[in-house]
Design a protein around this ligand. Structure first.
Ligand code: TXA
Ligand code: MG
Length: 315
C-alpha cells in the first residue's frame, strides 16, 4: 500500500470517507484514525499496528453533539468533567451506544471518548463528519509517536495517509478516566492530573490493579511505550557508572556522566514531550541502556514517571 503524505485535512478526510485509515496529530500523540461506524476500516487499524484485538480504541469527536451518537448515557460527574476539560487531553470511559461496533471497544459495553484540542485534529475531524476511533499511531509495543516522522518510521506502507502536522504539544497519551461507577477512576495518568480531576469530581480514585481481576483498562496489561534498549529510572544518588559508548541519559539535571547520547531538558514539561522521541533516537543509534532521571510526581511528572516505569518493567 502506498502511504500518502499531506498537510491538507480535507485530502486526508477523503481516505476516511473511502473506508481507509489515516494518521493525524493531536495535542497528546499522533493517532491512527478510522470511521467509528465502519467495522472493516477498524479492522485495518488492528492489522496495521499489529494490535491485540482485546485492546479497546478511543473514539475522537469534533463536537459535544457527536458524543451523543457514541454513548447511551452521561451521568452528572461525566458532564462536569466534559464541561471542565473538553476539548483536551482527557478520555472518558462511558456506557456505549449500540451503534458503536464491538470491534472498536474490544467487546466491552463501554467506550472511551475524547475531544482533542489540537487545531489540525479538529479541522480533520470536522472534514470527516463522523467520530474517529484512534489508537496511538505506532506499531503495538513501540513508543507513541510525537511527530509524523515517527509515524512514518512505523507505519509507512501499512496505512493510507499521514496528515502531517507539528510535533505534538504534550507528548504523553491522554488521561483515561472510567466514569461508569459512582466515583470516577483514573485508569491511565496524563496531562489532566489527579488534582485537576479532584477539583471537579472530589471522589476520584486512581486505579490499583488486582492480580485476581481482569484489568479495567485492557491496554494496561500489554507491554507499552518501550524502546528496544533497557530503560532504567534512577535518582542520581544511586547511579552507577555505565558503559558510556552504548548508554544514554535523559533528564532535567546537568548530569556529570559520559554518555553516547544526552538530552538535558529545561523543564519536566519538556522532559515529557521529549521522552518517546528520545527512546526512538536511542534505538536508531544502537543504544543498549537509557538512564531516565527520576523527577517528582507533580503535574505532568506523575504521568511521565508512570510511562518510564512501564518502559522499564519486563512485563
Ligand atoms: O492521547 C491519546 O489517548 C491517544 C490519542 C491518539 O488520542 N490515543 C491513545 O490510544 O493513546 P491507545 O489506543 O494507544 O490507548 C488507549 C487506552 C488503552 O490503554 C485502552 O485500554 C484504554 O485507553 N481504553 C480505551 N477504551 C477503553 C474502555 N472502553 N475501557 C477501558 N479502557 C479503555
Ligand atoms: Mg498506544
Amino acid at each position: 500500500m502506498k502511504t500518502v503524505l499531506t498537510t491538507s485535512p480535507s485530502q486526508a478526510a477523503k481516505f476516511i470517507k473511502n473506508g481507509g485509515i489515516v494518521a493525524f496529530p493531536t495535542e497528546t500523540v499522533y493517532g491512527l484514525g478510522a470511521n467509528v461506524f465502519d467495522e472493516q476500516a477498524i479492522r485495518k487499524i488492528f492489522t496495521a499496528k499489529e494490535r491485540p484485538s482485546d485492546n479497546p480504541l478511543i473514539a475522537h469527536v469534533a463536537s459535544l453533539d457527536q458524543i451523543k451518537s457514541l454513548v447511551s448515557s452521561i451521568n452528572q460527574t461525566s458532564q462536569k468533567l466534559i464541561d471542565a476539560f473538553f476539548p483536551g487531553p482527557l478520555t472518558l470511559v462511558l456506557p456505549k451506544a449500540s451503534a458503536v461496533p464491538t470491534i472498536a471497544t474490544a467487546g466491552l459495553e463501554t467506550v472511551g471518548v475524547r475531544m482533542p484540542r489540537n487545531k489540525l485534529a479538529q479541522e480533520f475531524l470536522e472534514e470527516c463528519g463522523v467520530p474517529l476511533v484512534a489508537p496511538s499511531a505506532n506499531l503495538s509495543g513501540k513508543p507513541s509517536p510525537t511527530n509524523w516522522e515517527a509515524v512514518f518510521e512505523d507505519l509507512d506502507g501499512r496505512i493510507d495517509c499521514i496528515l502531517q502536522g507539528e510535533t505534538t504539544e504534550i507528548g504523553l497519551e491522554s488521561t483515561v478516566v472510567d466514569c461508569i461507577g459512582d466515583s470516577p477512576i483514573i485508569l491511565r495518568k496524563g496531562a489532566v492530573t489527579f488534582e485537576d480531576i479532584e477539583r471537579v469530581a472530589p471522589g476520584v480514585k486512581i486505579y490499583q490493579s488486582n492480580p485476581n481481576e481482569n484489568p479495567r483498562s485492557p491496554g494496561l496489561k500489554h507491554r507499552h511505550y518501550s524502546p528496544k534498549a533497557r530503560v532504567v529510572l534512577f535518582s542520581s544518588e544511586i547511579f552507577q557508572e555505565s558503559n558510556a559508548s552504548i548508554s544514554a541519559f535523559i533528564g532535567v539535571s546537568k548530569f556529570d556522566g559520559d554518555f553516547a547520547l544526552t538530552k538535558i531538558c529545561d523543564s519536566v514539561t519538556e522532559y515529557a514531550l521529549s521522552l518517546f522521541d528520545f527512546f526512538r533516537i536511542c534505538d536508531r543509534n544502537g543504544i543498549q541502556t537509557i538512564y531516565c532521571e527520576k523527577v517528582s510526581k507533580i503535574g505532568i511528572g506523575a504521568a511521565l514517571i508512570d510511562r518510564i516505569e512501564r518502559a522499564a518493567s519486563d512485563e
